[in-house]
Design a binder for this molecule. Sequence first.
Ligand code: AHG
Ligand code: MN
Ligand code: MN
Length: 334
Amino acid sequence: MNKIVTLDEFIIRTQKEKPDSSGSFTRLLRDIGIAAKIVNREVNKAGLVNILGVEGSTNSTGDDVQKLDVFANEKFIETLSFSGEVCGIASEENQEFIPVASDHGHNAQYVVVMDPLDGSSNIDVNVSVGTIFGIFRRKSSVEGPCIQEDFLQKGTELIAAGYVLYGTSTLLVYSTGDGVNGFTLDPSIGEFCLSHRNIQMPVSGNYYSVNQGYYLKFDLEMRRYIDHCSDLNYRLRYIGSMVSDIHRIMFQGGIFLYPNTRKYPKGKLRLLYECYPMAYIVEQAGGTALTCKLDRIMDMEIASLHQTSSIVMGSKDMVKDMKEFVEKYGAVIQ
Ligand code: AHG
Ligand code: MN
Ligand code: MN
């Protein structure tokens, strides 16, 4: 029988191998695992305890906030605040970043950016949702409180990122910059167990994932590329939760697109806590992540917490194909 490797054990083991590893980073990763378990428990019983439904408020980017978004947000903030390793948190659900009080975040070196519940329109209908997170080392002095610049760092500055998928089973996938590993929650022992070691995204595949309902609102080059996917009989899969859509591509290969539309001329997905962390994971797994103007997502400049971007990411060869369409049709006057 193979020995089970739990997330905690894996984190401790791999961090020990790093010469500059600090115990505090190890503890922070472990705390994210704990928060994920708490959120998972609520996601699983959402149908039973009337926690479902739109709460009635709107979040910073104008979407309806559902109760479970609020719950997930609170749990992650609570857990991370008490961890003592985090000096601030930026979340989709909060207009401003949240500084952690100095008694808990004293001398803390890290900030966390997160989308506590991704794909929240799926909650009411029992379809997969996720959590996305990224970790930066703070720029400001550890003596004082965190500042906006601690959060407005480019994707290339991330020191770790990951996602949790609350699906048919619950999976936590993360990277600290040396490959991607996945852990499946075993509910019988309440532990995330290493189930997917060194995940490598296939260089090509036959899935494409885009909200094709917006087809007519996309730029010409995107429409031509989508026509191409359809011509090649690629299979269209769109769950409406980026975490779930990307997760499929991580294993089966494919391409995910959320281009700019007339409604969202700069794209809809948020750079800091959706695009950067997912791009980090995709690149670590051997894939590519670009904007629809072909800039590397990880290199994009960021000026505000909730800044949005267009995004195309997935299997290397498929993104390369897409690039040719942008180069060919991008300059055509429409
Ligand atoms: P969130 O639930 O955190 O607001 O994110 C939803 C995002 C993303 O996960 C998904 O790919 C996309 O919005 C779906 O948007 P459309 O409904 O416009 O396709
Ligand atoms: Mn989201
Ligand atoms: Mn969300």
